[in-house]
Design a protein around this ligand. Structure first.
Ligand SMILES: *Cc1c(COP(=O)(O)O)cnc(C)c1O
Length: 447
């Protein structure tokens, strides 16, 4: 893996430990206990829950949900926030967000079930995704969720048939591809015509009209999602919402009802020193493009809500000194936190021991034990000496962390912990080896 990041020239110096902590209010250093999440020493969590372990701050989740709500309200927008469950599917996380009044944006039956299990009402759930199965459509209709987002003419026909066979009409929004470049990593941009998502904006009027004529559909509006980790201001949002506003006017002029615009997710976070748009700037972009249309605004943020609220806590297995490089081999790997291997993503790394914050630094490659060269979290990061059993944390791992984990190399899924003030709870047990092998069959002819 190259030492590049998505948006920053690799020659810029990495942020210091002090800068990383200053930007994350739920983290602090205690002179004796070392790195804390809220008031809980990470060393205590490691001792009691083991490693690797995901650690989420309930306070940070709440603060971020409230900050986004306040920004929308501040812009005078009547908006509903539907948290994108794929970013972090833990029931405890969903419940904390539900208690703040957030609904859910789901992309599978499993996510729909998770949202319901966490207590999110069906009336606050949106179903997105390019490939909803008939079974998923039936479940969504039986639950009577708020809205399904339609991604193609073919899907519109299919959903109409399913709904009609159940004697229902599905409330649907049409996902429009506004053909704007969100200037994010190629693997997470979605708003260009070359992507698989949505229908080209030029085709939307004709298809929306057709949808209005389908017996099983009740078109309620439009939806857009131009990409994830949009980290360079809100210009691409502005362009997308302007185009969507035009489309709303055009559809209404043709006599079609348009009550809602779902503005998607994608707001970036500063993993390193990116300067993503603020919630206030996003709210401003929505207001500028859609504010005078009298539509109900919806938003589907994932990463912005829960990314900064979580860390991945890991333990050093060994430091390996090769001819030219120093490798810190930790007990977390790409099967736990996939983002560095998949997107060349940069995550802040902090030691946990109080002494480590004052120790001399030297460049190290931090890697996991998985048998892939891409199992490299970072190269040439300035870190203190990290002898075996030292604890290390990867920052901003609350989104697309645990939810993207696998058991590759037969590594059990890591435990998840939630911190609330001075207490913490294991919200998901580390997967047992029995559970890891569960469900497999050995036909007698294999022996
Ligand atoms: C992934 C996704 C989101 C959330 O994206 P974030 O970058 O995590 O905010 C929202 N809506 C849709 C349709 C998505 O696919």
């Amino acid at each position: 893996m190259a030492a590049t990041t998505l948006h920053i020239a690799p020659t810029d110096p990495d942020p210091s430990f002090a800068e990383l902590i200053a930007g994350r209010p739920h983290l602090s250093i205690h002179a004796l206990d070392g790195l804390l999440v809220e008031e809980v020493p990470l060393a205590r969590i490691a001792a009691e829950a083991g490693t690797p372990t995901w650690v989420y701050s309930a306070g940070a989740l709440r603060r971020r949900a409230r900050a986004l709500q306040a920004a929308l309200k501040g812009a005078g927008l009547q908006a509903g926030i539907h948290y994108a469950v794929k970013a972090n599917t833990s029931l405890a996380v969903l419940r904390v967000l539900a208690a703040e009044g957030l609904g859910a944006d789901v992309v599978s039956e499993g996510e729909l079930r998770a949202a319901r299990a966490a207590g999110i009402p069906a009336s606050a759930i949106v179903f997105s995704g390019v490939g909803k199965t008939e079974r998923e459509m039936r479940l969504a209709l039986a639950e009577d969720i708020l809205q399904l987002n339609i991604e193609s003419a073919e899907e519109a026909e299919m959903l109409s048939a399913v709904a009609a066979s159940m004697g229902r009409r599905a409330r649907v929004a049409l996902r429009v591809n506004p053909d704007v470049d969100a200037k994010t990593h190629a693997k997470i941009t979605t708003g260009l015509t070359e992507n698989k998502f949505g229908v080209p904006i030029a085709m939307a009027p004709e298809l929306y009209g057709r949808m209005c004529g389908l017996p099983g559909l009740d078109p309620v509006g439009l939806t857009v999602h131009i990409g994830s980790q949009i980290a360079q201001g809100v210009a691409s949002y502005r362009a997308a919402y302007q185009r969507l506003g035009q489309l709303v006017r055009e559809l209404r002029a043709a006599g079609h009802p348009v009550h809602r615009v779902d503005c998607g997710g994608g707001l970036g976070i500063p993993y390193r020193d990116e300067t993503p748009g603020s919630p206030a700037a996003l709210a401003g972009a929505i207001k500028a493009g859609l504010g005078d249309l009298g539509v109900k605004i919806m938003l589907e943020p994932g990463r912005w809500i829960c990314g900064p609220a979580g860390v991945l806590l890991t333990r050093v297995i060994v430091e390996k000194h090769a001819t030219t490089r120093r490798f810190v081999i930790v007990d977390a790997a790409m099967n736990d936190l996939l983002r560095p291997a998949m997107y060349e993503a940069w995550h802040g790394i902090l030691p946990v021991s109080p002494n480590a914050f004052h120790a001399p630094l030297s460049p190290a490659d931090v890697v996991g034990p998985v048998c892939e060269s891409s199992d490299t979290f970072t190269r040439n990061r300035d870190l203190p000496a990290l002898p075996p059993d030292s604890l290390v944390t990867f920052l901003d791992a609350g989104a697309y962390g645990a939810s993207m984990s696998s058991t590759y190399n037969a590594r059990p899924l890591a435990a998840e912990v939630m911190v609330e003030g001075a207490r913490f709870v294991v919200i998901r047990e580390r997967q047992s080896y029995a559970a890891l092998l569960e469900g497999q069959r050995l036909p007698d002819w294999t022996g």
